[in-house]
Design a protein around this ligand. Structure first.
Ligand SMILES: Nc1nc2c(c(=O)[nH]1)N[C@H]1C(S)=C(S)[C@@H](COP(=O)(O)OP(=O)(O)OC[C@H]3O[C@@H](n4cnc5c(=O)[nH]c(N)nc54)[C@H](O)[C@@H]3O)O[C@H]1N2
Ligand SMILES: Nc1nc2c(c(=O)[nH]1)N[C@H]1C(S)=C(S)[C@@H](COP(=O)(O)OP(=O)(O)OC[C@H]3O[C@@H](n4cnc5c(=O)[nH]c(N)nc54)[C@H](O)[C@@H]3O)O[C@H]1N2
Ligand code: SF4
Ligand SMILES: [Mo]
Length: 750
């Protein structure tokens, strides 16, 4: 669209967080002039946060890599794409030949889910590599929810979300959507949706060790001891049974395991669990009662409930509460989205399936079970550092920065330096990619087309939206899916100059033979006018629940129709999906999976454990995104600073002053941070954001380095995990805090 002043107006889904806002981007003379919310976007309706505007800075960031880099004698040298792939071909295949596929590890980072090309081709790279050493941000984040959902509903990606526009009562644990803009729940403009909920007489209750931005707009905030959620949730479930409040409603015939659950939770009465979660028994009973009596209600738990030692139990119990109170799969409750493309719970036979398996392999050093084809990210360092058969000798990172985002980054950094070879597909020379031998830069989001394959599966409302590239790619800069295909060619032994189009065709035909059987050739031909990621997307849309079924339903969706719909296509409010959505072998919702019932032994033993005097939790900040947006000037000049929040009682006890600095230590490792004293914090809990610590040598992040902050993960213990999901424990670790004399800090960068 060209306006009167010869500006062009483009629409792009924001790639910076799960809210997936539609942006309106005005371009003049080849540059971004303005970014605002796209008012006609069917899903986000004009909303954006300060990060969306930073797309301009990312596009223009001089530190963002435009050309591949090869390390020669310890220094990065710019190289052509051909030279970079030739270097990889020279060094990677010999390692695989000598030490086997498992000697190459792959890490997959958070931005993958925001880039269609990476999302659709990273699994292909993993399969081509054939290594069991695959690690991702999922085990620093949401693996517990995948596992509990898989066990209950038969698919790792069947994750229910609150139907916020119709609910009367929303109970939220360990999430701060006012800042994070939602997670495993795509819900742009949470603020207005929460406001509307309250305006129609509904209630929002937040359970968090910090009085967060979300708690401040809620009706009620309840402090909880970090890691105590399992006890609160068990106390609530026990109350529902003991007070005869269980109502399964429409789902009664679709749920199994209720009696087993009832008998197993009998020992977790509110009076028993109260001390461990720091919440009075009467509050626990009140919460259970409110949930049971609300007409329409949903319980939602997020990062704070996953990144703890009982992450899978918490994730499970959240849905147990939704189900036992009759709110599950009902309007206004926790519901399953139905995405237009590539959602596994819309494929295959509806109503039952194979369910999930975990633990098909164990990690070599710690014996951690595989979940969703991965090992815990926190196992990567030991896999590199421990000699023996199967030792990791090479690493490919794809948009991941585990040196900052994973526990004990220092150990991981040292491990990376021991590798024989490392490739990073990344846009910066940062704390992780600085260790690489070759860096292959990704494209700017403004040079990519985009469709939210992952987040349409988690959206508060069903929709299909497509973004065209805003700018053409610079000549010779391949798309990210093409970069991954080149790596696949090299791994397959076809070399750096292999015909990637042919490789792509072969991979697609392999898929289609599995999924479309006798129709494989026909389906292949039907999408042969498309290439790469768009071809996979077209296939997904056409075969999907709203699709044209390759002509059998002419009114249905295909990529062309979605591409033509400016502002997207609204596919309606969420609708009940049980039993069709289920893929469990029983065809039922498994309320009491054996693995989880068995795991209740841990909290039972743990009931009497004394709590620590001081523990640390993380938080997110509006002006950043995990470890990688601190280099964007428009955000860096905002309020993002790495400050430790401490309760006044703790500050007084520890002799720490407001605005002063403190050393925070765990197990001999320590960091230093500025302190703010605030009664936002629960006594005994300190909060520090993660993703900081940009003061490492040989990085190239000029803006971020000027305000480096401290790395929370330098303190974290890489050996603490939820044993079921392998998720790292990033919340509630015990720390010591001591004031640092001002003089000792003179001249130090903050
Ligand atoms: N202590 C603590 N640690 C945490 C968390 C916590 O709450 N507390 N949260 C965890 C969570 S939820 C997550 S998701 C992880 C995230 O951890 P990671 O998965 O490591 O993700 P980021 O830290 O966001 O780093 C993203 C990387 O991708 C690169 N990148 C950005 N855009 C692109 C692109 O378009 N293409 C390519 N190729 N690369 C790109 C960036 O330069 C950076 O290297 O951190 C986890 N770590
Ligand atoms: N601006 C911004 N937005 C982001 C990100 C970002 O870095 N910046 N990161 C994105 C990513 S990758 C993700 S996964 C999402 C995460 O989105 P959210 O899940 O909303 O994550 P947080 O904002 O970290 O909120 C987690 C909350 O859990 C609390 N908490 C800590 N420990 C416990 C506990 O034991 N129990 C309970 N009940 N609460 C606890 C913390 O105090 C914090 O308020 O955000 C995404 N959005
Ligand atoms: S809320 Fe998330 S998706 Fe929306 S503009 Fe902000 S960063 Fe982008
Ligand atoms: Mo995340």
């Amino acid at each position: 669209m060209i306006n009167e002043s010869h500006e062009t107006v483009h629409h792009r889904i924001c790639p910076f967080c799960e809210a997936c806002c539609g942006l309106e981007i005005t371009v003049a003379e080849g540059r971004v002039k303005r970014i605002r919310g796209h008012a006609a976007d069917v899903f986000s309706r004009g909303y954006l946060c300060p990060k969306g505007v930073a797309l301009k800075d990312l596009h223009e960031d001089p530190d963002r890599l435009r050309k591949p880099l090869i390390k020669r004698e310890g220094r990065f040298i710019e190289a052509t794409w051909d030279e970079a792939f030739a270097e990889i071909e020279r060094r990677l295949p010999p390692i695989i030949a000598r030490h086997g596929a498992d000697s190459v590890a792959l890490t997959l980072g958070n931005p993958i889910v925001h880039k269609t090309g990476l999302l659709l081709y990273a699994p292909r790279l993993g399969r081509a590599l054939g290594s069991k050493n695959v690690f991702s941000a999922s085990t620093l984040d949401q693996m517990p929810k995948h596992l509990s959902s898989g066990l209950m509903f038969g698919d790792f990606l069947s994750i229910p979300v609150p139907d916020i526009e119709r609910t009367d009562f929303l109970l939220m644990l360990g999430a701060n959507p006012m800042v994070s803009n939602g997670s495993l729940w795509t819900v742009p403009n949470f603020r207005d949706k929460a406001k509307a909920l309250r305006a129609r007489g509904g209630r929002l209750v937040v359970v968090d060790p910090r009085k967060t931005e979300t708690a401040k707009v809620a009706d009620e905030h309840i402090f909880i001891r970090p890691g105590g959620d399992v006890f609160l949730l068990l106390g609530m479930v026990q109350t529902l049974f003991a007070e005869k409040l269980v109502r399964l409603g429409r789902l009664a015939g679709h749920v199994v395991g209720v009696p087993l659950l009832e008998s197993t939770v009998a020992g977790f009465a509110p009076e028993k669990v109260s001390a461990r979660c720091g919440i009075p028994a009467k509050t626990i009973r009140m919460l259970a009662g409110s949930l049971a009596s609300a007409k329409r209600a949903a319980v939602y738990g997020r990062v704070g409930t996953c990144t703890q030692e009982y992450g899978t139990l918490c994730s499970w119990l959240v849905d147990v509460l939704n189900i036992l109170t009759g709110h599950f799969d009902e309007p206004g409750g926790a519901m399953f989205p139905k995405a237009a493309a590539l959602q596994s719970n819309t494929m295959g036979k509806p109503g039952s399936g194979k369910g999930i398996v975990t633990g098909r392999r164990k990690s070599r050093v710690s014996g951690a079970p595989e979940v969703l084809g991965e090992f815990p990210m926190s196992c990567l360092a030991e896999e590199i550092q421990t000699p023996g058969e199967g030792q990791v000798k090479a690493l490919i990172t794809v948009s991941s920065n585990p040196a900052l985002s994973s526990p004990n980054g220092e150990r991981l950094a040292a491990a990376m330096d021991q590798l024989d070879f490392m490739v990073s597909v990344d846009i910066y020379v940062n704390e992780t990619s600085r260790h690489a031998d070759v860096i292959l830069p990704g494209t700017s989001p403004l040079e990519d087309s985009h469709y939210d394959v992952a987040f349409s599966q988690l959206s508060y409302r069903n929709h299909a939206r497509y973004s065209h590239p805003v700018f053409p790619r610079t000549a010779r800069h391949p798309e990210e899916w093409q970069v991954l295909l080149r790596l696949i060619g090299i791994i397959q032994g076809k070399g750096a100059a292999a015909d990637i189009e042919q490789i792509d065709n072969e991979l697609l035909m392999d898929d289609l033979r599995r999924t479309a059987g006798p129709y494989a050739e026909q389906v292949f031909k039907a999408v042969s006018h498309q290439r790469g990621a768009e071809r996979l997307l077209d296939l997904g849309l056409r075969a999907g629940p709203y699709g044209d079924q390759f002509g059998m339903k002419p009114d249905g969706l295909n990529l062309g129709k979605v591409q033509a719909a400016e502002g997207g296509i609204d596919l309606g409010a969420l609708e009940p999906r049980v039993p069709e959505v289920l893929r469990t072998p029983s065809g039922k919702i498994e309320l009491a999976p054996a693995m989880l019932i068995d795991d209740l032994k841990r909290p039972a033993v743990d009931l009497e454990r004394p709590t620590y005097e001081l523990v640390i939790v993380g938080r997110r900040q509006l002006h950043g995104n995990n470890s990688w947006m601190h280099n964007l000037p428009v955000l860096a000049k905002g309020a993002a600073r790495c400050i430790a929040l401490v309760n006044p009682k703790d500050a007084a006890r520890l002799g720490i002053e407001d605005g002063g600095r403190a050393r925070i230590a765990h197990d001999g490792r320590s960091i230093e941070a500025e302190v703010e004293i605030t009664d936002e914090m629960m006594p005994g809990v300190v909060s520090l954001p993660h993703g900081w610590g940009h003061n490492q040598p040989d990085t190239h992040l000029e803006v971020a380095a000027a305000n480096p902050g401290a790395n929370l993960n330098a303190l974290m213990d890489e050996n603490r995990r939820d044993p079921l999901s392998g998720n790292a424990v990033l919340s509630g670790m015990e720390v010591e805090m001591t004031p640092v004399a001002a003089r000792a800090f003179a001249g130090q960068a903050r």
